[in-house]
Design a protein around this ligand. Structure first.
Ligand SMILES: Cc1cc2nc3c(=O)[nH]c(=O)nc-3n(C[C@H](O)[C@H](O)[C@H](O)COP(=O)(O)O)c2cc1C
Length: 360
């Protein structure tokens, strides 16, 4: 099947009009208003379940269902084993207590990691008859894949290298998000070191397109219709955009985060493990620079060690200590658009330069 037919099939299977997916973005950014606006504009919105318990996820699903009758996706984090190195944790706690004082928090001397909620999140997804599920940081286990697929769910995994794409296809996924080096937020790498899976999107899309039969969705640095066209020409059936939606009206991003995004651009981003223990792309901040010198505990320990500081800083307009995730496509801007305005602009740009090549 040629890519044109794959795109048409993809659109009809997801019940969307334009091959654009709003990236799931954990951490309070994705609101029911954002997901439903994207869905109502003919694209695929996605809730993010990372760091939420099952009840919180259910609440978001219920609120989104009130705002749209269109399908939307739910995204899952796949937990992986981690080591608790007590020495690293103790040194980190000591350093982080300096920032706790700066952000008005009490000192903390231990680390609490919540239980993994994946099984109960899956129950919520099935009970609400969610039709599209995506996941990152690993592979869902066989039983979960079987139960989702036997309920008609369209399953999308995340790959940062060809070996991961092949593993996701073999496990029964229907499509793969190809996450390029440019992408904001965490790397989805689950085979080998994340630092050795840093292919740019221009190389990753064709490499995955050649290696797997299932559709490839491009993610990383795409901000406009030209980017969408380029990805489809390289063999993708669709695109997934995160950073482009971070500052839209419906996003849950705090004012402090919006301020940092408005005064930065993609050249100021870096890949770092020091805020969460997992490699992620964000704007270089004072906190990142100062933690880079230390030995960082594994994900998700470091995430939970730093999260109260990042939240407090965000509430107090302390830009130096917030969660600064953003991709290389970030452009400094102060304008406030709705999600539908962003989508319409991308569609217009795409139609002007590329509609002639694509018939969907
Ligand atoms: C703030 C932020 C949070 C993210 N959280 C998630 C997440 O919860 N699940 C996921 O699969 N991907 C997550 N991602 C990665 C996106 O799925 C996607 O790969 C990325 O946004 C694409 O690059 P772009 O930001 O340059 O568009 C996140 C990205 C950002 C910027």
């Amino acid at each position: 099947m040629n890519n044109q037919d794959k795109i048409k099939q993809f659109l009809s299977r997801l019940e969307i009009e334009f091959p654009l997916l709003q990236a799931p973005m954990a951490g309070g950014i994705i609101t029911p208003a954002l997901v439903s606006s994207v869905a109502n504009a003919g694209c695929l919105g996605s809730l993010a379940s990372g760091y939420l318990n099952a009840a919180q996820l259910e609440q978001l699903i219920l609120e989104t269902e009130k705002l749209t009758t269109k399908p939307f996706a739910v995204n899952l984090f796949i937990p992986a084993p981690y080591d608790i190195d007590q020495n690293k944790v103790a040194t980190m706690l000591k350093k982080l207590n300096i920032y706790r004082i700066k952000t008005g928090l009490c000192e903390v001397n231990d680390c609490k990691i919540p239980n993994d909620e994946l099984a109960s999140q899956l129950d919520v997804i099935l009970s609400h008859k969610i039709k599209i599920v995506s996941f990152t940081f690993g592979l869902l286990d066989k039983a979960a894949i079987h139960s989702l697929k036997s309920n008609g769910v369209y399953l999308i995994g995340t790959a940062t290298r060809v070996a991961e794409g092949l593993a996701l296809e073999a496990a029964g996924c229907d499509a793969i998000v190809a996450q390029g080096y440019e992408a904001g937020g965490h790397r989805g790498t689950f085979l080998g070191e994340a630092s050795s899976a840093l292919m740019g999107l221009m190389a990753l899309i064709p490499a995955l397109y050649r290696a797997v039969k299932i559709p490839v969705i491009a993610a990383g640095g795409i901000m406009d219709g030209q980017g969408v066209a380029a990805c489809l020409l390289l063999g993708a059936v669709g695109v997934q955009l995160g950073t482009a939606f971070l500052t839209c009206q419906e996003s849950g991003a705090s004012n402090t985060y919006r301020k940092l995004l408005a005064q930065s651009d993609g050249s100021q981003t870096c890949l770092t493990k020091c805020l969460s223990g997992k490699l992620a792309r964000g704007i270089v901040t004072k906190l990142i620079k100062e933690l880079e010198e230390l030995s960082i505990p594994d994900y998700p320990i470091q995430h939970y060690l730093t999260s109260d500081i990042r939240k407090a800083a965000s509430a107090q307009n302390q830009i130096d200590f917030i969660t600064p995730w953003a991709g290389q496509g970030l452009k400094a801007s102060h304008q406030l658009f709705t999600a539908a305005e962003i989508i319409n602009k991308i569609k217009e740009e795409f139609n002007q330069i590329a509609k002639i090549h694509f018939d969907f």
